[in-house]
Design a protein around this ligand. Structure first.
Ligand SMILES: Cc1ncc(COP(=O)(O)O)c(C=O)c1O
Length: 489
C-alpha cells in the first residue's frame, strides 16, 4: 500500500489539536484520575488487529482510550519523585526531531543534527562550567548516562592497571574497589551490577543529617583500596537535594594512584548553571565524569539525558565505535562529530535538538531564572509547612526538594500518618507529592522541577497539604481511640 505525503498534514494537525487540548488541561485536571489497569486494558488492549483502521480514527481513539490513565506530571502542581515538565520550545523542537526522523550516530547520516548536537554539547559545558575538553553524549536518561560513564571508568581504570577490557573481557581482571555515598542513587548500583563490577564489596561513605557525604571518613576508606578505585558522589540527592563536598572528595582522591570520580548529577548538576547556586558544587569540575538528565530539572520532554566525560578520547575508546561493519568504515572515517563516539546507542533520535533549542531560547539568564525559581518555590513550601505544629522538614532546603514528616509521637506513628497523607493527596489529585525514605523514616518527598509552577500553585498546594494533614490526623487518632476502647472492653 502506498501512502501519500499529504496525509501527514491532516494527521499532524489533528495530533496538534489533541496535544494542545491536553497541555491546556494540565493546570485544572486531576493529576491522577485514579484509573485502574483493568479498565485501561479494556479500552486499549484486545487481540491483534487483522484488518487496518483509518489513521485518523486510530489517533482519535488512542486519545480517548488513554485519557483516564495519563498522569498530569507536566502540570504545575506535580511534586513527586524527580519528574519535570517540558518547556514549550523543547517540545516544539522535539516534534521536529520526530518529523525529520534523522539518525545521528554518524555525521554522514545527519550532518545538520550532528552539528546541532555538537553545539548543544559545547554550550552545556560552558553553562555547567565543566572542562571544554570533555565529551558529551545525549542519552535516554541518567541511567544510560551512568552506564556509559561507568563503563568508561571501568575500562580506563583497568587499562591503567594493565588490563584491556575490550580484548579480554573481565575474566581474570583486577578487582575494582568501589567507594560511594550511603545515599547514592539506586541507578548507580544497577549499573555496577550489570557492568561486571558487582555490588558485593562496595565501601560506603557515611552521610550527615542532610544526606551529604561526611568527607573526613574518605581518606581512611581510600587507604584500604590498593588497586583501581571508582568513587561515586552526587549532585542533588533525591531526598534532600544535597550536594556532596566535591572539593574535599577530589582532594582525598588526588593522592590515589588509580582512581576515578564519577558524579551523579541527574537532578542537581544544573545548579552549576546558576550564579546563585554554583557555590554548592565547588570542586565538581575535578571529577572525571558526570551524568545528568534533561527530562528532570531542565524540562525536556522524555527522554533526555547527558553523559559527560572529562577525557573525550577515553569515552570514544570505551564506546568502541571504530569497530563497526565494513558498511560503516567510510562513515566513521569522516572527521566531524560521530555521536557513536559519545554513547552506547548506535541508531537513535537527535535528542540534542531540544537541548539546543532551549538553551538558545532561554539563554543563560533564562535558565538561571528557571533554576532559581524552583528553589525559591521549594523553600516557600517548606517554610509554610514547618510553621504548622507537627510538621517537620527533615533537611536544610538548599535546592529544589525536601523531605517532610507529619505528626508527633513515635517513628511508627509518624511513618503511618505520613504515608496516609501522601496517599490521600494523590487520590485527591490537586497536588502530587510522593513518598520516600529518609534514614529509615517514611517521608513525603516534595520536589519542584517544573517551569509551570508558580507561587500561587505552592500556596494553594500548601493549604491542601495542611488540610489533609489535619483530616488524617483526626481520623488516625479516632481509630487509635476506638481500638484502645475495643482492647479495654
Ligand atoms: C539522583 C538520581 N540519579 C539517577 C536517576 C536516574 O535517572 P533516569 O530515571 O532519568 O535514568 C535519578 C532518577 O530519579 C535520580 O534521582
Amino acid at each position: 500500500m502506498s501512502h501519500k505525503f499529504n496525509q501527514y498534514r491532516q494527521l499532524l494537525n489533528s495530533s496538534l489539536d489533541h496535544a494542545v487540548d491536553y497541555l491546556e488541561s494540565l493546570p485544572e485536571r486531576p493529576i491522577d484520575k485514579q484509573s485502574n489497569s483493568e479498565s485501561l486494558r479494556k479500552a486499549i488492549g484486545g487481540t491483534l488487529p487483522i484488518t487496518g483502521t483509518a489513521p485518523d480514527q486510530v489517533i482519535q481513539k488512542l486519545v480517548t482510550d488513554v485519557e483516564e490513565g495519563l498522569i498530569g506530571s507536566g502540570g504545575p502542581r506535580y511534586f513527586g519523585y524527580a519528574i519535570g515538565g517540558s518547556f514549550p520550545v523543547a517540545l516544539a523542537a522535539d516534534w521536529l526531531v520526530s518529523a525529520w526522523d534523522q539518525n545521528v550516530p554518524y555525521y554522514v547520516s545527519s550532518p545538520a543534527t550532528s552539528i546541532v548536537e555538537e553545539t548543544a554539547a559545547e554550550w552545556m559545558l560552558d553553562l555547567l562550567h565543566l572542562p571544554k575538553t570533555a565529551g558529551v553524549g545525549f542519552t535516554s536518561g541518567a541511567q544510560e548516562a551512568i552506564y556509559t560513564a561507568l563503563i568508561t571508568a571501568r575500562n580506563s581504570l583497568l587499562e591503567k592497571a594493565g588490563w584491556d577490557v575490550a580484548a579480554n573481557g573481565l575474566y581474570g581482571a583486577p578487582r575494582i574497589h568501589v567507594v560511594m555515598s550511603d545515599q547514592i542513587h539506586s541507578t548507580i548500583k544497577r549499573a555496577l551490577s550489570m557492568i561486571g563490577i558487582g555490588l558485593k564489596d562496595i565501601k560506603t561513605i557515611p552521610t550527615d543529617q542532610n544526606l551529604r557525604i561526611i568527607p573526613d571518613t574518605l581518606p581512611a576508606i581510600l587507604a584500604e583500596c590498593d588497586g583501581p578505585t571508582l568513587v561515586c558522589a552526587q549532585a542533588g540527592c533525591i531526598d534532600s537535594g544535597a550536594f556532596d563536598p566535591f572539593d574535599e572528595i577530589a582532594s582525598s582522591i588526588e593522592a590515589h594512584p588509580n582512581a576515578w570520580l564519577h558524579v551523579d548529577g541527574a537532578i542537581g548538576l544544573w545548579s552549576a548553571a546558576s550564579d546563585t547556586q554554583k557555590h554548592l558544587l565547588k570542586g565538581i569540575e575535578k571529577a572525571d565524569s558526570w551524568d545528568t538528565d534533561g527530562h528532570k530539572w531542565f524540562n525536556m520532554p522524555y527522554d533526555s539525558g547527558m553523559v559527560i566525560v572529562k577525557d573525550a578520547s577515553l569515552l570514544a575508546k570505551a564506546m568502541g565505535g571504530n569497530n563497526m561493519g565494513d558498511y560503516l568504515t567510510d562513515a566513521i572515517a569522516k572527521p566531524d562529530r560521530n555521536a557513536i563516539n559519545f554513547g552506547i546507542s548506535a541508531s537513535r533520535r537527535a535528542r540534542g535538538v531540544p537541548v539546543y533549542a532551549t538553551i538558545k531560547s532561554l539563554g543563560k539568564e533564562g535558565i538561571q531564572a528557571h533554576l532559581d525559581n524552583c528553589c525559591t518555590l521549594a523553600k516557600r513550601m517548606a517554610d509554610k509547612l514547618r510553621n504548622v505544629d507537627g510538621i517537620t522538614i527533615l533537611n536544610d532546603v538548599v535546592s529544589n526538594r525536601f523531605s517532610a514528616q507529619f505528626g508527633k509521637g513515635d517513628d511508627a506513628f509518624r511513618d503511618q500518618l505520613t504515608a496516609r497523607i501522601v496517599y490521600q493527596l494523590q487520590q485527591d489529585g490537586f497536588c502530587y507529592p510522593s513518598t520516600s525514605g529518609y534514614k529509615g523514616l517514611k517521608t513525603m518527598l516534595f520536589s519542584v522541577l517544573s517551569c509551570h509552577t508558580t507561587a500561587q500553585d505552592i500556596d494553594a498546594s500548601a493549604e491542601k497539604i495542611i488540610e489533609i494533614y489535619h483530616m488524617e490526623l483526626e481520623k488516625i487518632q479516632e481509630e487509635h481511640t476506638q481500638s484502645d476502647a475495643t482492647l479495654c472492653s
